[in-house]
Design a protein around this ligand. Structure first.
Ligand code: 6LW
Length: 502
């Protein structure tokens, strides 16, 4: 079967994908953790082209992110459509807990979020039987247990979605083949058999997808003899950590699975600078009634992609994001038309709530430029994965300063700034000699600016800690503009991205 999709389907920081199809249109949702807007949504009618249509979380009160620790926030949404209503259940980890969001227009406004009570775990999933009973299946990782995180395996309750209340005590279901962290359960009724798809092995190199089936949504479930159906562990496949799958049918009626994966680079340890991304792979049911899932393939890199935002619009484009607070608190596109104006409040990129407007790095090799007027403040460009690991180039009008912050250890380099607004530059390169001992990292992050006599490079910083393996967060890299003092105006941000050869 020729695959209509190109892997990665959603490059860059798009982990924990969930998909549903309504009247020929596919809807895809991903985790967003401490970022706002939260839970990005994408649509497609052919699985080849995916368009962002908005976010489930557009109002700060929908999630409790203000003080959420790194790696907390919106974890693993499940998106489903039932009786004319779109449902997204998600865990606001270390925040509001498990929540249900609904809407009749996924590109429009979603509800405020109904807390799900009697559900102590993560990765909630919704499924309905023929009489409309709703089953909430979830991973029993009890993050809030007083005696420390504990795992009760895959759990399930019948639930009243109007009130968010569980209608019974949780029951334990099949929890995989013994892999650590059974999670991301999804329940499907196919030809009067109930299938339970789970992730196990943890979201790192041991990640896997396994399946079981039962005559009833509550079990008893029988594991597939061929489990795990998908894993890259112990292989040299270019897509690793494959897991966290959701099953669906393609427009031609074939079965397929959307899942997360990473593209590690470097020698044995290898580092995934793109974070956990969304991939797809084909699947099929055998005559034995069991699902088979093909290994996740990586497609040949496409041509370079160029983005150019001149901030001439009165609102930020969909892919722009902030950290733990909305852009309205510190960013303006109207005070100085044609410029993004960032007003600092004392926070720096080392803090949990930086004055930062960013977007996901979606290619392995990037070249980012920002025209910055720092005549009334200090700020510039940052590539971050979290507040402990970020690489910045800033100006205060007098000097241009490069800064590498790796596990909070900081080093800076600087040079006199040219007159007037300056074009700051941040670009990445692949290490020399891919499989040589020199290639022990994912990439190098270069920092500089356009001087009167051409490009001035201030520094090159190892990028390995800004990766799925190197940072403490589950997220991925974002690049964007920040202000750490006064007000900083950004005329435009350009981005050229391309994936390197395997
Ligand atoms: C997600 C869970 C997981 O809820 O991490 O490692 C959480 N696996 O499935 C955040 O991605």
């Amino acid at each position: 079967m020729t695959r209509p999709w190109t892997n990665p389907v959603l490059p860059g920081f798009h982990p924990d994908p969930s998909i549903c199809e309504v009247d020929g249109t596919y809807y895809l949702a991903c985790s967003s953790f401490e970022h706002l807007p939260g839970i990005p949504l994408f649509t497609s009618t052919d699985l080849a082209t995916w368009e962002p249509i908005g976010h489930v979380v557009t109002r700060p009160e929908q999630l409790d992110l203000h003080d959420v620790p790194t790696a907390g926030g919106a974890w693993a949404p499940t998106i489903r459509f039932h009786d004319g209503v779109f449902h997204v259940v998600v865990t606001d980890a270390m925040g509001r807990g498990n929540l249900l969001f609904t809407t009749t227009d996924p590109a429009g406004k979603w509800s405020d979020g109904t807390p799900l009570t009697g559900v102590d775990g993560i990765d909630p999933d919704l499924a309905w039987d023929a009489d409309g009973t709703c089953y909430l299946t979830y991973s029993g990782l009890r993050l809030t247990a007083s005696d420390g995180p504990r795992h009760l395996g895959i759990q399930q309750v019948r639930i009243d979605l109007q009130t968010g209340t569980a209608l019974e005590e949780p029951r334990s279901l099949w929890s995989g083949t013994g892999g650590i962290f059974p999670e991301a359960p999804h329940l499907y009724e196919i030809d009067r058999t109930w299938y339970l798809l789970v992730a196990e092995g943890g979201t790192e190199r041991g990640h896997a997808i396994s399946i079981a089936r039962a005559p009833h949504p509550t079990g008893p479930f029988e594991g597939c003899p061929a489990n795990p159906l998908v894993t890259a562990r112990g292989t040299d496949r270019p897509v690793q950590n494959t897991g966290h799958g959701d099953l669906f049918r393609t427009p031609s009626g074939q079965w397929a699975v959307v899942c997360l994966g990473v593209r590690p680079r470097g020698m044995v340890r290898s580092w995934s600078a793109m974070g956990r991304e969304t991939f797809m792979t084909s699947a099929r049911f055998g005559d034995d009634g069991w699902l088979r899932i093909d290994p996740v393939e990586l497609d040949v890199p496409g041509p370079a992609v160029t983005l150019d935002d001149d901030f001439d619009e009165p609102a930020l484009a969909l892919p722009w994001l902030t950290v733990r607070r909305p852009a309205e608190e510190f960013a303006s596109l109207t005070e100085r038309p044609g410029w993004l104006l960032l007003t600092a409040d004392g926070a720096t990129m080392d803090d949990q709530r930086p004055v930062f407007v960013g977007r996901r790095q979606q290619h392995e090799v990037i070249d980012v430029g920002a025209v910055v007027d720092a005549s009334r403040g200090t700020g510039g460009l940052s590539l971050r994965i979290d507040e402990d690991n970020h690489i910045d180039v800033e100006t205060d009008g007098a000097v241009v300063r490069a800064r590498g912050v790796i596990a909070r250890l900081t080093q800076t380099w600087q040079a006199p700034a040219p007159e007037g607004p300056v074009t700051l530059r941040l670009w990445t390169t692949r290490p020399p000699g891919e499989f040589s001992l020199l290639a022990v990292t994912s990439d190098l992050v270069h920092l500089g600016f356009d001087g009167p006599d051409g490009l001035v490079e201030l520094a090159a910083v190892d990028g390995r800690t800004l990766s799925a393996e190197g940072a403490g967060s589950f997220t991925g890299r974002t690049f964007g503009a920040f202000a750490s003092a006064g007000t900083v105006a950004v005329d435009r941000i350009t981005y050229v991205g391309q994936d390197g050869p395997r």
